[in-house]
Design a protein around this ligand. Sequence first.
Ligand code: C2E
Ligand code: MG
Ligand code: MG
Ligand code: MG
Length: 290
Amino acid sequence: QADMAMYWAKENGRDHARFFEAHMANEITDRFRLEQEIKDAIGAQQFYLMYQPQMNTLTQSIIGFEALIRWEHPERGFVSPVEFIPLAEESNVICRIGEWVLEQSIAKLHQWRNQELKVLPVAVNISGRHFVSEGFSQHIETLLERYKVPGDLLKIEITEGVFIHDMNQCIEIMEGLKALNVEISVDDFGTGYSSLHYLKKLPLDILKIDKSFVCEIGDHAEGDKICEAVIQLAQNLDLQVIAEGVETAEQASVLNALGCYLHQGYFYARPLPESEVIALLHHELPILSN
Ligand code: C2E
Ligand code: MG
Ligand code: MG
Ligand code: MG
């Protein structure tokens, strides 16, 4: 296990902070410090969400958004989720983050509905530890009821890492979500622990092809081949398939030719602040049709 310390270093004068490894550090103290900082950050409203559009290239329309957490630390500046999420996942503090993201997303859906916008689904990333925690699907049910949001406006993204947990427990949680009409995506598909047996047995809805494969389209024959295999697999298992990290017209057209019409990536849009999501829902911004 990496000796990750919660010391921070300013990155070459940029207003951007990052964790670095310090082998001399007291891991327990540091972990405690991070946990406390994250709890404080929730209270101090240092977290916020950005929303990245997901496109249907056949209809040239936005089908939904992925909620992505951002941390604006008053002294350290912007901290990337790539840095703090893996550390948070080492303890139950990841559940606090997940609960905040869920409530925030559902509250936003409620607000957008109240503004009589044509609201689109929001997908939330949930870590394995949180997904299998006691009462996860009941908690979602409570939030959906509290904010009067229908379950089909919420999606949950999990990674293949979740499947290392007890299979029957996973099925039970997924069935609970299914009963609420909350769809489940497997994020970063192809990078982790994959067993076709699990894929067939679990009540999943969507596979998200990892961006590391999408970015190899055109570059290396293997990138195309892996995308093609995942698309085939999804079709055979009757799952939807979304390609993430689509950055170029070439990648988009190869994916279309392979029969994958759900795309997410910088080619269409970066993660957007809430104000731009509202403008999109109002059709005040041009539809992102590259
Ligand atoms: P992810 O769930 O796979 O999210 C997609 C990541 O790819 C996002 O990075 C997004 O900004 C980035 N991305 C989107 N389009 C492109 C593209 O065309 N090219 C490239 N190079 N990147 C693209 P982000 O926002 O930095 O998040 C990184 C990871 O952090 C996420 O990967 C997810 O694993 C985690 N994360 C983010 N927000 C949350 C959250 O609320 N909860 C949890 N548990 N994890 C989160
Ligand atoms: Mg995701
Ligand atoms: Mg991903
Ligand atoms: Mg990920």
